[in-house]
Design a protein around this ligand. Sequence first.
Ligand code: SAH
Length: 249
Amino acid sequence: MTMTSLFFEIFHYSLPRQGPGDTTSTLKALSLVPHVGPTTRVLDVGCGTGPQTLVLAQHSEARITGIDSHEPFVSALNARSRALGLADRIEARVGDMRRLDYPSGSFDLIWCEGAIYIMGFETALRDWRTLLSPGGHVVVSEVCWSQPNPPPECAEFWMREYPAIRDVPEMLKAIEQCEYETIGHFTLPTSSWWDDFYRPLQESVTMFRERRRDEPDAQQVAAQTQREIDIWHAYSAFYSYEFFVMRAR
Ligand code: SAH
C-alpha cells in the first residue's frame, strides 16, 4: 500500500465533503455573483465528490465542468449528478489544476472550495485569469487566521502544514495585487468544519486505525489526520475558512 492510497482510504469518496463547507455558505457566495444563468460556464476546481458542484447546479442554470486529480472522486460526482438528473449540466473530469488545458476565455466563473491552497492563492489567481472571460468571476474558500498571536502549538502546526496562511486583510491586499476586485467575503461558520467534514472524517480515521492497527505506515498516515482534527478542537478560535468573491479587472 502506498501512503497516497492509505490517505485516500481515510479521505474516502463516501465522505460528505473533503474540506470545510456547507450548502448555505455556497449559496451565499453564489448570490454575490451577478447574472449566473444558462449561458454561464463554470469551472469547479478541486471539485472532489462535488458537494458544492451539485448545489451550484441545483440553484442555477449554469453549465459546470468539475476538475479533480483523484479519479474516484470524479466518478462519484458523475454518478451523483446522473442520479439527480443533472448530468446534462455537470461534467466532472480527472485533471490537474496546475495544468488546465482550456482555450483562453473558456469560463465565466471559476469556483474553488477548499482547494486553492494546493496551488497557492496568488499562483492560482494569476494562472486562472487567462481561462476567464473578460470581467469573469472567481469564488474561493481558503483558511485564514481569525485572531492574532495563535498559541505556539497552533502556529507551529500551520507553519509546517501551510505556511502561506494569512489574515483576511492580507488576503484582500493579495487579491488587489493580482488585479481582481473583491465583490464580497465572509467567514464560514464553525459548523462547516465539523458537521460534514471533521465529524465523518473522525469516524473514518478511528475505523482505519483499528482496521490497520499492526501497520506502521497506516498508523503514521492516521496520526497526521488525527493531529489536524485535534489541533482544530484545541485552537479553532484562531483560524477559520473565508469565502472570497472576486471579479477580474
Ligand atoms: N471542493 C471539495 C474538495 C476539497 S479537498 C470539497 O469541498 O469537498 C481538495 C481537493 O483537491 C481534493 O478533492 C483533491 O483530490 C483535489 N486535488 C488535489 N490536488 C489536485 C490537483 N493538483 N489538481 C486538481 N485537484 C486536486
